[in-house]
Design a protein around this ligand. Structure first.
Ligand SMILES: Cc1cc2nc3c(=O)[nH]c(=O)nc-3n(C[C@H](O)[C@H](O)[C@H](O)COP(=O)(O)OP(=O)(O)OC[C@H]3O[C@@H](n4cnc5c(N)ncnc54)[C@H](O)[C@@H]3O)c2cc1C
Length: 370
């Protein structure tokens, strides 16, 4: 049977970042992806925002890896000429109560080591974004946008150049530990091989992979809940130059319906939050009114008929509706009797921003097995 040193399940942005990070001459690294190309799931269904690390619970991996990932990602984009722009973000308070919450957001962000935050007055907001109605805003200059496909392409090519093999149309259908290495089954028996280390980057299916490997995912609290986020596009465009976010509602599973801009300057609103039981990416037309209501609070000139259903993405969440925020799981399952199985579960936002920092962390976890 073929034998690999490291198998990475999933060629999303995280799997590809890990593949580049761990690949080197003489090491047998295999990435297995069930789709026909890389980045066909959550990694191409998101806001493409390089987050600063503002909202995450102090001490969470989400906070640490986002701040580190932000710095690493800007560095890589500059070095490799991957399209990106540090457009900056405004968190806008529409009344005095929300304005008082901006202070708490700033303090929390600074405890996460986010730097450069400043308050903007009503006049300063209007100078930057004339259509926005707000009494005060928090400005984050290190928030930006990135071409996520270009980023994944770069990881993919660099991983292959460093010796990794990426196999598409290859679904992992079984993972079995034999006390020494992992026997992997692809496409229900089409191919079997052994691997010393397995890195589970299977996104929305990562809990099922952990279960296949023999873990009790309910006992470990690994079972994922699907949380859909829809987007609406707007035409004519309000011409925003920055990302514009409302003040988030406490214990809400998202950041509020915000305005994202892409590298071509197109504005989209979203994502909203809807826990769902199946993976269906259709965007319902009838949500137009709730989007309109949410956006009107900070963009009162927006007309209902200018909004059109756009795309959606589904967050692999660990917390159920109403539960407190959960952190990323990035764990070597040695204590559960599965040494060298590295599970990445619940890699929702800011997973794109954090991908390089996650990859470094995975690399340090697998050192004992190399
Ligand atoms: C609506 C939305 C907005 C977001 N916005 C942002 C943002 O602006 N900034 C940010 O930093 N993050 C954002 N995120 C989060 C970010 O998109 C994810 O954290 C990131 O894309 C996760 O990447 P991944 O590689 O872990 O997962 P995925 O991209 O889902 O990749 C997992 C891969 O595993 C493969 N796979 C699954 N099962 C198997 C199997 N059995 N065998 C083989 N292959 C398998 C899948 O086909 C898939 O290609 C957002 C997420 C959502 C849903």
């Amino acid at each position: 049977m073929d034998r690999f040193d490291i198998t990475i399940i999933g060629a999303g942005v995280v799997g590809l970042a890990v593949a580049e990070e761990v690949s080197c001459k003489g090491r047998r690294v295999l990435v297995v992806e069930r789709n026909t190309s890389f980045g066909q799931e959550t990694s191409s269904r998101n806001s493409e925002v390089i987050h600063a690390g503002i909202y995450y619970t102090n001490g969470f991996l989400k906070a640490q890896l986002c701040v580190e990932g932000n710095r690493l990602l800007y560095g890589l984009c500059r070095e490799r000429d991957i399209s990106h722009r540090a457009v900056g973000k405004l968190i806008v308070a529409t009344d005095e109560k929300e304005a008082s919450e901006l202070w708490a957001i700033k303090e929390k962000a600074e405890r996460n080591s986010v730097s450069g935050l400043s308050f903007l007055s009503r006049k300063e907001i209007l100078e930057r974004e004339p259509a926005v109605k707000a009494v005060e805003a928090l400005f984050s200059p290190s928030t930006g946008i990135v071409d996520s496909h270009g980023l994944m392409r770069s990881f993919y090519h660099h991983a292959e150049a460093a010796g990794a093999t990426v196999a598409f149309r290859s679904e992992v259908t079984d993972v079995r530990y034999d006390g020494d290495s992992y026997e992997m089954e692809i496409n229900r028996g089409e191919y079997r091989f052994l691997s010393a280390v397995v890195v589970n980057c299977a996104g929305l299916h990562s809990d099922r992979i952990a279960e296949k490997a023999g873990l009790d995912i309910d006992a470990k609290d690994y079972r994922l809940k699907y949380c859909k986020g829809d987007y609406f596009s707007v035409s004519p465009s309000p011409g925003f130059r920055h990302l514009v976010y409302p003040v988030p509602v406490k214990h809400h599973a998202g950041l509020g319906v915000h305005a994202t801009i892409d590298l071509q300057g197109r504005v989209r609103f979203g994502p909203d939050v809807e826990y769902v039981s199946e993976l269906n990416y259709a965007v319902k037309e009838e949500k137009r009114e709730s989007f309109h209501r949410a956006i009107m609070s900070y963009l009162p000139s927006l007309r209902l008929e200018t909004l059109s259903p756009d795309m959606s993405g589904i967050r692999p969440k660990l917390q159920a509706p109403g539960e407190p925020e959960r952190d990323f799981v990035i764990a070597d399952e040695q204590e559960a009797g599965l040494p060298g199985l590295i599970n990445l579960i619940g890699i929702e936002s800011p997973g794109l921003t954090s991908c390089m920092a996650i990859a470094r962390r995975v690399h340090s976890l697998i050192q004992p097995y190399l």
